[in-house]
Design a protein around this ligand. Structure first.
Ligand code: SF4
Ligand code: SF4
Length: 397
C-alpha cells in the first residue's frame, strides 16, 4: 500500500452510511448523466475513486460531495447498482465529521443513540432551565407553577440573553468548522496557494447561492425543478424565522395580540405554513420512496424534517392557545416549542444533517475561487505533476 494511501478509509467512510462504490467499474456513466458535473469539477465517479484508493487528504479537501444535490440520476443510470448518489450522501456526512473540531458530528452522524439522544438531552435541559427559572428567579411555589398563569412578558430580559447564547454556540462551532473546511480544501499538499484577493472577489458567491439556490436549479429534469422551489421556500422560511428570533423576539415574547396586518402575524403564518407543508412533503416522499432522490438508507434522515415539523406544530398550537386566552396552556406549549427549537439550533445545525446549509454555499465559494485562480494562472490548482500524490490523483481522475 502506498504511504499516501490510508488503509481502512472505505471502512471509516462506511460508518457514516451506504458506500457500495467497490461495485463500481469506473465507467463514468454517472458523471456523464450528472447535470452538476462539468469541465471544471467532475463527480461522482472521481470522488468515489478517491475514497476507494484511500486518498484521505484529497478526499478531505473534496468539494464535490457538497456540490451534488442528491437528485439520484447517477444511481438510476449506474450499470453496476453501485449507488453513487447514496455514496455521495455518505461522503457528505464523512466530510462534515472531518471538519468538526469537537468530534460531536461523528458521534451524531454514526450513532442513533447519539443522534436522537443529543436532541432529547438538549430538550430536557431546556425544560430543566425553565423549571429552575420559575422556581428560583420568579420564586413561584411548585403548586403555583402548575396552576397560575403568568403570561409571557416576565421572561423577556432573560430570554433575550438565552437566545444570544443559543445562537452563539452553533455560530462559534460552525466558524471553526468552516475554517477547517477551508484548510482541508485550500492547503492541499499538491495545490498552489491561492491569493487572498480571489477569496475577496468571490465572496458574493456565498450570498448568491444562499439567496438563489442557483446550483440545485441546474438539475434540469421536471421533478428536480419542483424540488428546488420547495428547497428554496424552506430556506426562506428558516431564514425569516432566524431573523425574527434574533432581531424581533419581542414580537413573539409578548402577551399583546397584534392586528392581522402586523408582520408578526403574516410573517409568522407564512413561516408556519412552509414549515408544515415542505417537511410533510419530504417525510411522505421518503416513506413512499417513489423517486430515486427520496430513497434513503438511514432512518436518521427523518430527524431533521420531523423536528422542523414539530417546531411549526408547537408554534401554531402556542399561537392558538394564546389567542384563546388559555394562558397556562400557552405557557407550557411555549416550553415545548422552545425545547424543540433549541435542540434544532444547538444539535442539528452545527452537528447534524442541517450543517449542509453552511457547507454547500462554502463549497461553491471555494470552487469559484479555485476556478478564478485557474483562469488567471491557466493552471488547474488541485493537480501538480511530479509527485506521488499526483500519480494517485491521476488514477482517481
Ligand atoms: S458508480 Fe456506476 S456509473 Fe459511476 S463509474 Fe461506477 S459503475 Fe459507472
Ligand atoms: S445525485 Fe445527482 S447531483 Fe449528485 S452526483 Fe448524482 S447525478 Fe449528480
Amino acid at each position: 500500500m502506498n504511504s499516501l494511501s490510508t488503509p481502512g478509509l472505505v471502512r471509516d467512510v462506511r460508518r457514516f452510511g451506504t458506500f457500495d462504490a467497490n461495485a463500481c467499474l469506473n465507467c463514468g456513466t454517472c458523471t456523464i448523466v450528472c447535470d452538476l458535473s462539468n469541465g471544471s469539477i467532475s463527480f461522482p465517479r472521481r470522488t468515489l475513486r478517491k475514497a476507494l484508493l484511500g486518498l484521505k487528504t484529497s478526499l478531505q479537501g473534496s468539494l464535490e460531495p457538497w456540490l451534488c444535490h442528491d437528485c439520484g440520476d447517477c444511481t438510476i443510470y449506474c450499470p453496476r447498482q453501485a449507488e453513487p448518489r447514496q455514496s455521495m450522501n455518505t461522503l457528505r456526512r464523512y466530510l462534515a465529521a472531518q471538519y468538526d473540531i469537537t468530534g460531536l458530528t461523528s458521534k451524531v452522524l454514526t450513532s442513533r443513540v447519539w443522534g436522537i439522544g443529543a436532541n432529547v438531552f438538549v430538550a430536557l435541559l431546556v425544560f430543566a432551565l425553565a423549571l429552575a427559572y420559575h422556581l428560583y428567579y420568579v420564586e413561584l411555589e411548585v403548586s403555583d407553577l402548575l396552576t397560575m398563569p403568568t403570561g409571557m412578558e416576565h421572561m423577556f430580559d432573560l430570554i433575550e440573553q438565552f437566545t444570544i447564547v443559543v445562537f452563539a454556540i452553533p455560530l462559534l462551532v460552525m466558524h471553526a468548522n468552516a475554517y477547517r473546511m477551508y484548510r482541508f480544501n485550500a492547503l492541499q499538499p499538491a495545490g498552489p496557494r491561492i491569493p487572498f484577493r480571489h477569496y475577496l472577489a468571490e465572496a458574493k458567491t456565498i450570498v448568491v447561492h444562499m439567496v438563489s439556490h442557483k446550483n440545485i436549479r441546474k438539475c434540469v429534469q421536471a421533478v428536480h425543478q419542483k424540488r428546488w422551489k420547495k428547497h428554496w421556500l424552506l430556506g426562506l422560511a428558516c431564514t425569516i424565522k432566524f431573523v425574527i428570533v434574533i432581531f424581533f423576539l419581542s414580537w413573539f415574547q409578548t402577551d399583546s395580540i397584534y392586528p392581522v396586518y402586523h408582520p408578526q402575524r403574516w410573517l409568522g403564518y407564512f413561516v408556519t405554513i412552509v414549515l408544515i407543508v415542505v417537511p410533510i412533503d419530504i417525510i411522505v416522499g421518503r416513506i413512499r420512496k417513489r423517486e430515486e432522490m427520496h430513497k434513503i438508507s438511514d432512518p436518521d434522515d427523518f430527524v431533521l424534517p420531523v423536528m422542523l415539523l414539530l417546531v411549526a406544530l408547537s408554534g401554531i398550537a402556542l399561537h392558538i392557545f394564546r389567542y384563546l386566552e388559555f394562558a397556562l396552556t400557552a405557557h407550557f406549549l411555549y416550553a415545548v416549542h422552545l425545547a424543540v427549537a433549541v435542540s434544532l439550533v444547538i444539535v442539528e445545525l452545527p452537528f447534524g444533517k442541517w450543517s449542509h446549509v453552511i457547507y454547500r454555499p462554502l463549497a461553491l465559494f471555494f470552487q469559484a475561487v479555485k476556478e478564478r485562480a485557474a483562469r488567471e494562472t491557466a493552471v488547474v490548482p488541485t493537480h501538480h505533476a511530479g509527485n506521488e500524490l499526483a500519480t494517485k490523483e491521476a488514477q482517481a481522475a
